[in-house]
Design a binder for this molecule. Structure first.
Ligand code: NDP
Length: 297
């Protein structure tokens, strides 16, 4: 293996230490950032993610509140909770854990969140602001985390050809938009690939930086990358492994062993993008609190 490992775990720790200091400073000025997480239903993975986010917030000195609603919650009830959180001055960030129970209209719920408290960056106003190059927008946590990882490991996307594999609203599309911005961390030449891309390997071999968010193990193999490329693996997949106590292990979308023999730098899974997503949620909450204070809210 020759690739340098980009440890999201270490970078996220550094960012969280910086945030601890910033939050302490804000608290001394009388501002305690507040994050509300809303969990509807009993999906075990969602419960786990919400628990992690709340623990991380508490560790950073951010006031956190979890609203847990049953799987039979109605859309009206959920919208009522959001309206209360929108009006609550102690709450600066609102995160509704997705997916929602099927009969609830996800887009109506996201639309109900105050865009200034939308720390996930999924509100159409924030999506539009990101698309038009607004630098003050609350950007989605995972792509924002990827940019931080690149910059903090000495890889400035400016002028590079960055290939993003995946076009979801959560990762691929906002990733491409952040990379396109006329700003530090942006200014890349961006290609976006998806399941209908003809000859994915021909495209990925032209990448200086390759960002993969597909949700399928081994989508990228060593023959699909050029020597020296920086690879960011967003994928989080469970694969059966009877040798592990849990019966499975978590892998990314990239064949880590093979690709790290060719790449210049690569993120591991776990310990790569995952910890960055949580760090960026905290960063967005602190930013939202500062902006709401400046707006007198
Ligand atoms: P989606 O399923 O919403 O999107 C997957 C994308 O990959 C789609 O655009 C799809 O194309 C594309 N795709 C699927 N198969 C191929 C293929 N063979 N070749 C090229 N493109 C393909 O997933 P998400 O974006 O939500 O998540 C992607 C991965 O990232 C998942 O493993 C998820 O768990 C992980 N993730 C990790 C996070 C973290 O914090 N580490 C946060 C968020 C996600 P098409 O549009 O044509 O269907």
């Amino acid at each position: 293996m020759s690739a340098k490992i980009i440890s999201g775990k270490d970078i996220a720790r550094t960012i969280r230490d910086e945030l601890n200091e910033q939050v302490a400073e804000l608290a001394s000025e009388g501002l305690v950032p507040g994050l509300a997480t809303v969990l509807a239903g009993d999906d075990p993975a969602s419960r786990l993610y919400v628990g992690m986010k709340n623990r991380a917030a508490a560790e950073a000195g951010i006031h956190s509140r979890q609203v847990t609603l049953s799987a039979s919650t109605t859309e009206v009830e959920l919208l009522g909770v959001i309206a209360e959180l929108n009006a609550d001055p102690a709450i600066h960030g609102i995160l509704v854990q997705l997916p929602l129970p099927r009969r609830i209209d996800e887009s109506r719920v996201l639309l109900a969140i105050d865009p200034d408290k939308d720390v996930d960056g999924f509100h159409p106003i924030n999506v539009g602001r990101l698309a038009t190059g607004d630098l003050d927008v609350l950007a989605p946590c995972t792509p924002r985390g990827v940019i931080e990882m690149l910059l903090r490991s000495g890889v400035d996307p400016s002028g590079k050809h960055v290939v993003v594999v995946g076009r979801s609203n959560i990762v691929g599309k906002p990733m491409a938009l952040l990379l396109l911005r006329r700003a530090h961390g942006g200014n890349a030449t961006v290609s976006v690939a998806h399941s209908r891309t003809a000859d994915l390997g021909a495209l990925t071999r032209t990448a200086d930086v390759l960002i993969v968010a597909v949700g399928w193990p081994n989508t990228i193999t060593r023959d699909m990358v050029k020597p020296g490329v920086t690879v960011i693996d967003v994928g989080t997949n469970r694969v059966d492994d009877p040798t592990c106590e849990r019966g499975y292990r978590v892998v990314g979308d990239v064949d880590f062993e093979g690709v790290s023999e060719v790449a210049g730098a690569i993120t591991p899974v776990p310990g790569g993008v995952g910890p960055m997503t949580i760090a960026m949620l905290l960063a967005n909450t602190v930013e939202a609190a500062i902006r709401l204070r400046a707006a007198g809210r």
